[in-house]
Design a protein around this ligand. Structure first.
Ligand SMILES: Nc1ncnc2c1ncn2[C@@H]1O[C@H](COP(=O)(O)OP(=O)(O)OP(=O)(O)O)[C@@H](O)[C@H]1O
Ligand SMILES: [Mg+2]
Length: 504
């Protein structure tokens, strides 16, 4: 719902969280103008300003300002909207008079059709106000609004003609930034290149998001060909890849919601998450759930909202959440540990997963399913859940081929079928570690690695699967019937030019 809808529906207390004060105020002013409401704005420095009449009443104290509203709100004609800036800073001081005063005024506002809007860059209401004030989403600027910003920059730089395709690419690259951040990125591009270069805008966006610390833009350089095995999972991704096109949308196909990959450590879950963006041809955002919950108390909800806003502004995109259980593990016991924050944030995340309309494809990975609450796994949240087991001999041979080639050597110089047979129970990560070990050993002797070096390195490795066989058995048991197998162990088809019989 947008601001006008809430105002029309008679919500007396609204909160708009944004660091873009000017844009948010412009939107509030536009909503008031279209609904013919009188807009007043208060801040401790300016006092209460009647924006229509231009009348200013000096009152640095919010209590005084709210006192003035008593008279204004006494009748229902005309209707007023009062914008309160930075009220959070005053609420942080836990003044009981202020909280009481807000509740009183909200009651009068409700009776006579007026509204208070709290505007600031964060919101942590005391419990007494939590149910009285409704949070209004304020999305990040879309291409149209960013276009106005870009044109302003180009004009002030004296650049009149800009290729339409370049302009469009720059606007797409800026999605996910606030107007001020986009303005800075555009300005930098103009200074560096005397024109507009979407690569500079994309680079600045990556830096800005990284600095903001919640989501990170990851270059989607991994492809499905970089993954050995996991045939069924890869097939699934290939078959879903087209679903984000304009054509699919026109045919009424709903955008896929997401994928949960659970499994044994080191088996390629994160690798697959990265490759998904490449397979879908979409930008990749990585979310660190730990950071959502970090920082000051009360910030977690705001952090999650900010992540969702960024992802939705960039959509269609892939949002990768690695080791999701670590972020949400507090949600079960949260009542006693963190005042219910994790469970609230978790609840908001789940409802977003279920209801999201923007094409944000969530790829979550998890090792420890026992930490995931059951409601997380219910149908409707993720389109599919895959279980990644240890690779079988055929898959290990494929992984050897990929790993050897990734490190600049020719797989045909090694008998990867023999290598695959020799490393039963090894994960992909362990195969790679063994190869790197062999590379080092050979380098120290001043030569290229030989199969013998690899077999030797294997003898120094105890696969994790042996150390944690109990946990792996439990995970397999859990996955049975719940999750789809990622690998097509039974399929006799030739893959990477090899047949099952060659390996077994
Ligand atoms: N199936 C595979 N094909 C190719 N390489 C693999 C495969 N599995 C693992 N690897 C190699 O091992 C590295 C680690 O794998 P990855 O990070 O994807 O494992 P993971 O399942 O996410 O592990 P964890 O649960 O510990 O996070 C990869 O970057 C890749 O080099
Ligand atoms: Mg991982």
């Amino acid at each position: 719902m947008n601001l006008s809808t809430y105002l029309r529906a008679g919500y007396p207390g609204l909160a708009l969280i944004s660091s873009e004060e000017a844009r948010a105020e412009a939107e509030i002013a536009a909503a008031c103008a279209s609904l013919k409401r009188n807009l007043h704005a208060w801040s401790s420095t300016e006092g209460l300003v009647d924006t229509k009449e231009g009348r200013v009443t000096a009152c640095p104290d919010p209590l005084e300002a709210l006192q003035l509203l008593d008279g204004m709100f006494a009748s229902d004609n005309p209707r007023h909207v009062v914008l309160l800036r930075d009220l959070q800073l005053h609420l942080d001081q836990s003044d009981p008079m202020l909280v009481r005063r807000i509740r009183d005024i909200l009651r009068i506002a409700k009776a006579n059709g007026h509204a208070l809007i709290l505007l600031g860059c964060r919101l942590k209401l005391p419990p007494e106000l939590e149910h009285e004030i409704t949070h209004v989403d304020f999305s990040l600027p879309g291409p149209e609004r960013l276009g106005v910003v870009l044109d302003g920059i180009l004009k002030s730089a004296g650049l009149k003609t800009v290729n339409a395709a370049l302009r469009e690419a720059a606007l797409q690259s800026a999605l996910g930034l606030t107007t001020t951040e986009a303005e800075n990125a555009f300005a930098l591009s103009v200074v560096e290149t005397k024109g507009i270069d979407h690569r500079i805008v994309a680079r600045e966006k990556a830096r800005t998001l990284k600095r903001n610390g919640l989501v990170e833009v990851v270059e989607a350089t991994t492809s499905l060909d970089d993954i050995g095995g996991l045939g069924l999972l890869k097939d699934w991704l290939v078959r879903r890849g087209g679903a984000f096109s304009a054509c699919a949308k026109a045919s009424g196909l709903p955008a896929p919601k997401g994928l949960l990959i659970v499994g044994i450590p080191g088996t390629g879950k994160s690798l697959t998450a990265k490759a998904t963006a490449g397979a879908f041809g979409l930008p990749l955002l990585r979310l660190d759930m730990g950071r959502v919950f970090g920082g000051i108390v009360g910030q977690s909800e705001a952090n999650l909202r900010s992540v969702i806003q960024t992802a939705e502004a960039i959509a269609p995109c892939v949002l990768w959440i690695d080791e999701i259980e670590k972020g949400f593990s507090g949600s079960k016991s949260s009542g006693s540990t963190d005042g219910g924050t994790s469970s609230r944030v978790f609840g908001s995340f789940l409802s977003w997963m279920q209801e999201k309309e923007k094409p944000v494809f969530v790829v979550a990975t998890a090792n420890d399913v026992s930490k995931l609450p059951p409601e997380f796994l219910r149908k409707g949240r993720f389109d599919e859940m895959f279980f990644v087991d240890l690779p079988d001999a055929l898959e290990r041979a494929q992984i050897w081929d990929i790993v050897i080639a990734r490190h600049g050597r020719k797989p045909t110089d090694f008998d990867t079928v023999v290598l695959a047979r020799a490393c039963e129970q090894f994960t992909g990560a362990e195969i790679e570690a063994v190869f790197i070990d062999a590379l080092h050993e050979a380098y120290a002797d001043g030569r290229e690695p030989r199969p013998k070096d690899i077999l030797e390195a294997m003898t120094h490795t105890v696969p994790l699967a042996q150390l944690m066989d109990g946990q792996i058995a439990a995970l397999r048991h859990w996955a049975k019937g719940r999750a789809r197998e990622a690998a097509s162990h039974a399929a006799p088809a030739a893959r990477n030019g090899r047949r099952m019989t060659e390996v077994n």
